[in-house]
Ligand binder design. Structure first.
Ligand SMILES: Nc1ncnc2c1ncn2[C@@H]1O[C@H](COP(=O)(O)OP(=O)(O)OP(=O)(O)O)[C@@H](O)[C@H]1O
Ligand SMILES: [Mg+2]
Length: 348
């Protein structure tokens, strides 16, 4: 009976964990797992000077780069921090409501939300307030690399050093973890967005062709490779955009080696931040990392040959987490559900 009531209570409470990412927002509901995964995009329409939300998430992303002047598709988080708090709050509320669906909210939920390790107290307060305003009874924060490591099943509660590199849309976070704490963290504002920009500028410079960011992102997801392909060419890629000289649409071909060249700068910055983290790690923990290796999470971990490249650059074992795009949400969810991780939740 007690069990029945506690289950009912849990069901009604719908405690949730949110990975509020620059590129994607994922919502994890206690006892159910990840129930929502949508782009962090909001489409705002301005009519007679009055702003109104037209679409959020998947629907809003489809409008990106194709909206009439009156509609603007906004990404409220840029570089891993909240760029537009009002729009961000709207987005959080929308997603929470969507998750609740037609279920009635019997009790206000507890919400765990992850924040970048480099976020300021002002930014953390803004995120906390947005979740409170969205109806949370209690808001806990968790540092993103800690969540990523828990989600990737790394030994964060043990006295063993391990390193996680979370490559998101806006930032790459590198952290050394041990005993539920972050022994060292560094964050660079280089991630998937910078890679998309690098592809746009490569195509502009070498082919006088203007392509949109969404096109660049698609190319990256399908063809990005961290080191040049063995034959020096790789796959052939057809690209459409607008000719910068005469303004008309045109198609060009590039290859995978070109993409590797375009991405060498952002990828180099990520490798450099790993190197700096290793240099700043206490010797005992560094020795553990030699055994444990480095685990890659976040969407950027899916770039082909990135693990091999990082292994060559550091001499350490490097693995890609299973389902890198979900690690942070899964880890945030487990921190909510499993008492052993309670210590990593922060109230301020
Ligand atoms: N197969 C792929 N190859 C390369 N990049 C990819 C792939 N799939 C997704 N990405 C990129 O991963 C990024 C999104 O990753 P993720 O969802 O981890 O970021 P985020 O958590 O929203 O951002 P942040 O953690 O910086 O706030 C996007 O830039 C996306 O283009
Ligand atoms: Mg992330």
């Amino acid at each position: 009976m007690a069990n029945f009531f506690s289950r009912l209570f849990q069901f009604g409470s719908q405690n949730m964990a949110i990975d509020l990412g620059t590129a994607n927002t994922l919502v994890y509901v206690e006892g159910r797992g990840i129930v929502l995964n949508e782009p962090s995009v909001v489409a705002i329409e301005t009519e007679n000077g009055i702003k109104r939300v037209r679409a959020v998430g998947d629907d809003a992303k489809m409008m990106m780069g194709k909206t009439p002047d009156s509609i603007e598709a906004i990404r409220p988080l840029r570089d891993g921090v909240i760029a537009d708090i009002e729009v961000a709050e709207h987005m959080i509320k929308y997603f929470i409501k969507k998750v609740h669906g037609k279920r009635s909210i019997l009790r206000h939920p507890e919400i765990v939300i992850c924040v970048p390790s480099g976020s300021t107290s002002v930014e953390r307060r803004a995120i906390r307030d947005a979740a409170s305003n969205a109806g949370a009874s209690q808001v806990y924060l968790i540092l993103e690399p800690m969540a990523a490591a828990i989600g990737a099943d790394m030994p964060v509660t043990e006295p063993v050093g391990s390193m996680v590199v979370d490559i998101g849309g806006g930032t790459t976070e590198v952290a050394v973890l041990s005993l539920r704490g972050l022994a060292y963290t560094t964050s660079v504002r280089v991630g998937g967005d910078k890679m998309d920009e690098a592809i746009v500028s490569y195509v502009r410079r070498h082919h006088n062709l203007l392509i949109g960011e969404s096109t660049a992102e698609r190319i990256k997801q399908d063809y990005a490779i961290a080191i040049p392909p063995p034959d020096g060419i790789g796959e052939i890629i057809h690209l459409r955009g607008r000719d910068l000289v005469n303004g008309v649409p045109k198609e060009i071909t590039i290859n995978q080696a070109n993409i590797a060249e375009a991405l060498s700068e952002p990828i180099g910055a990520i490798v450099e931040s790993v190197r700096i983290a290793l240099e700043n790690t206490a010797p005992e923990l560094a020795a553990d990392i030699v055994d444990q290796g480095i685990v890659l999470t976040g969407g950027g971990a899916l770039i082909k040959m990135l693990d091999v490249h990082l292994r060559e650059e550091t001499g350490l074992p490097v693995t890609v987490a299973e389902d890198p795009l979900s690690c942070v949400a899964l880890g945030t969810g487990r921190a909510l559900e499993e008492p052993v991780f309670r210590g990593v939740l922060m109230t301020a």
